[in-house]
Ligand binder design. Structure first.
Ligand code: PRX
Length: 655
């Protein structure tokens, strides 16, 4: 990256104090105020969270704030609420009735605004549709949609009737849908004909059809007409959204559900096996997303907030749908690619809508740096007052560029650390309180007891690398892995009994700031998206030519990590450029385009230990440095490494 050379290294250590003007108006206006409230919240987390939860609308108050039988938590026990009512009706029936809830822009440039009143009517209509079609509370509904308002409407309608949604990112392939249907048992799908991306229609309904040819238990598919691309409709299973909503009332009485009623399942990659269905429930999740939006994004009624994530990921769930709407904020939602028609798109939208809070991912920032400073420079970005980052560690070059070229040097940046499993942000600066340094997510949120431990479970000293753990339960935490309590316990709670292990390596500096280093398991972070090496390997091995495959992540300037695959072919198949492309395409077909290996090396064998374990550490070293300096005494056959070393240096020479 060109900025790497131009940024003097001392910039990276610079401490940015919260701007005085910002701090004056912020809910938490100083580090001392943060520390005082944090201390109190950590001594009595239930007290802190109960106070936050009281700001929501409960039909019945809880009798006990937390019931903790590690690793199973119940928050706001006995309380009853409707999550959708909190996000929509509360505002639609009050002063925010005609306030814009969602200002949406389609990629081709079409625009729609939904006020809270209109959002309520849309959501009520779709809730009536779901109920009319027989969808019951407790059932699962799979949502496979582009970034159009109907995606949020469908999620909220599910929440309203107590059905758990399972949103599947629109970039995932048919097999990913099949896996999720099989695991969740969903019998209803909400989708669209397609969505716009980089000037082209990305078909969605045809992918659903492909999935449904393999999985036959789906009873109803409701399809939004977005792109008018040709789709086939199977009668009576498939119906059009617009026909359905036209036939029902715009009023719907929301029932209250138990605080622990399932709100959604979201599948995410782990180090082994198929993606796991992370279960989030109602009262605690809403409290966590509501409260973090309030303090970390410091949301106010005047704000125009924009999170550029897709609703298919946890960021879209927590920081497009539930958190911001629970706060009654106005937000911008965008359908398409950041570089359509060019890299100025986001900045034109910031200018047009007067966005005040902007939340994006480091990978996008790096792409903007590469595209050139002239894109943001051409727009008036002075409305911005706060910037956010999520999904991976933000490298200092990206942080400094974001701060200067987007924030005009005046906006705090909240580098928010969290996970699908945590439901809400756990470590982040508070913009009016926390001194910032490029690259650190800084300090834990209220009620979050985060620590870094060594292998023996002892707390690490300042600047010592260790494993990030959370020592006390929090309301928006994962409740279980759908259908697999044992895997839940084993994955998150077995490294240190009673403590949640995040799977991330981290260290704290002498000021207590958390620096996240990255995953410690076989999970890749490609452009801020989580992918399991095991998933990609199994996709490769499902191709008839492949005998064995190993996948690792290598550093990449734009994506953070890129996917490198090592493939051994079955006898009778020849290594060729054609086959290499076919295998990359095959992974795209099985999982989705984001999982396609960037590098694919053929190898007659994989480096293994004498006991047959693939030495991924060695492959990682090979693609990162081009050679192997580490300990290879356990390696079974060194010629495998020599051969790969040669291939890698040849491929570098070609680039
Ligand atoms: O490794 C951490 C990284 O993303 C992982 C969680 O991925 P996912 O569940 O897909 O959720 C992404 C959006 C919350 C974490 O284990 N990660 C997320 N945010 C940060 C981060 N790494 C460093 N800094 C962050 N701010």
């Amino acid at each position: 990256m060109s900025s790497k050379k131009s940024t003097p290294s001392h910039d990276h250590d610079q401490v940015h104090q919260p701007p005085k003007e910002f701090a004056k108006k912020a809910r938490i206006p100083s580090l001392a105020a943060y520390r005082k409230l944090y201390q109190k919240s950590i001594e009595k987390p239930a007290g802190f969270w109960a106070k936050e939860a009281k700001e929501l609308l409960w039909r019945k108050k809880w009798s006990k704030t937390l019931e903790w039988k590690a690793p199973f938590a119940k928050w706001f026990v006995g309380g009853r609420l409707n999550v959708c009512e909190n996000c929509v009706d509360r505002h639609a029936e009050g002063a925010r009735k005609n306030k814009a809830a969602i200002i949406w822009e389609g990629e081709p440039g079409d625009k729609r605004v939904l006020t809270y009143g209109q959002l309520q009517r849309e959501v009520c209509r779709f809730a009536n549709v779901l109920e009319k079609k027989g969808v019951k509370a407790g059932e699962r509904v799979l949502i496979y949609m582009p970034m159009i308002p109907e995606a949020a409407v469908a999620m909220l309608a599910c929440a309203r009737i107590g059905a758990a949604h399972n949103v599947v990112f629109g970039g995932f392939a048919a097999d990913a849908i099949v896996d999720r249907l099989e695991d969740s048992g969903a019998t209803t799908i909400v989708t669209a004909d397609g969505g716009w991306r980089r000037g082209k229609v990305v078909p969605l309904k045809p992918v659903v059809d492909e999935a449904l040819a393999k999985y036959r238990h789906v009873q109803r598919v409701i399809v939004v007409k977005r792109c008018e691309n040709e789709v086939s409709m199977t009668d009576p299973r498939d119906t059009w959204w617009h026909d359905e909503v036209a036939a029902v009332s715009a009023r719907h009485k929301a029932k209250a559900f138990d605080s622990e009623h399932p709100l959604f399942l979201l599948y995410t990659s782990g180090s082994t096996g198929k993606p796991k269905g992370i279960l989030h429930t109602s009262g605690g999740y809403l409290t966590g997303t509501y409260s973090t939006c309030k303090y970390i994004f410091d949301m106010n009624d005047e704000d125009v907030y924009w999170c550029t994530a897709d609703v298919g990921w946890i960021t879209g769930h927590s920081y497009i749908v539930y958190g911001p709407l629970a706060n009654g904020v106005t937000q911008v939602m965008y359908e398409g690619a950041p570089n359509f028609p060019d890299f100025g798109r986001f900045w034109k939208m910031v200018e047009e809508y007067g966005v005040t809070i902007f939340y994006t991912a480091p990978t996008a920032i790096r792409a903007f740096i590469k595209a050139g400073d002239h894109f943001p420079a051409a727009c008036d970005l002075s409305s911005l007052r706060l910037l956010g980052s999520v999904g991976e560690p933000i490298n200092p070059e990206a942080w400094n560029w974001y701060h200067k070229h987007i924030g005009g040097g005046k906006c705090p940046i909240v580098d928010t650390w969290w996970q699908t499993e945590t439901g809400a942000i756990l470590i982040s600066p508070l913009p009016g309180a926390t001194p910032l340094k490029a690259g650190t997510a800084t300090l834990p949120f209220f009620g979050i007891d985060a620590a870094i431990l060594d292998e023996a479970g002892k707390e690490c000293k300042p600047d010592q690398d260790g494993r990030l753990v959370i020592r006390k339960p929090w309301p928006s935490m994962i409740r279980t892995i759908h259908g697999d309590k044992e895997r839940y316990r084993k994955t998150y709670w077995s490294d240190y009994p009673g403590l949640y292990t995040a799977g991330d390596g981290a260290r704290r500096d002498k000021d207590g700031n958390f620096w996240i280093i990255g995953r410690l398991d076989d999970v890749l972070n490609v452009s801020g998206h989580r992918l399991g090496t095991a998933e990609i390997e199994s996709a490769l091995v499902s191709h008839p030519a492949v005998a064995e495959a190993a996948v690792i992540g290598r550093p990449d300037d734009l994506k953070g990590q890129a996917v490198a695959a090592f493939v051994t072919l079955k006898g009778g198949f020849d290594e060729s450029v054609g086959l290499r492309e076919e295998l990359r395409g095959h992974v795209g077909k099985v999982i989705g385009a984001i999982a396609k290996p960037d590098d694919l090396f053929f190898t007659p064998g994989l480096p293994k230990t004498r006991s047959g374990k693939i030495m991924r550490r060695l492959l990682k070293e090979l693609v990162t440095t081009g050679t192997v300096a580490g300990n290879v005494t356990t390696l079974e056959d060194f010629s495998v490494v020599e051969n790969l070393q040669r291939q890698i240096s040849e491929s570098r020479a070609r680039q």
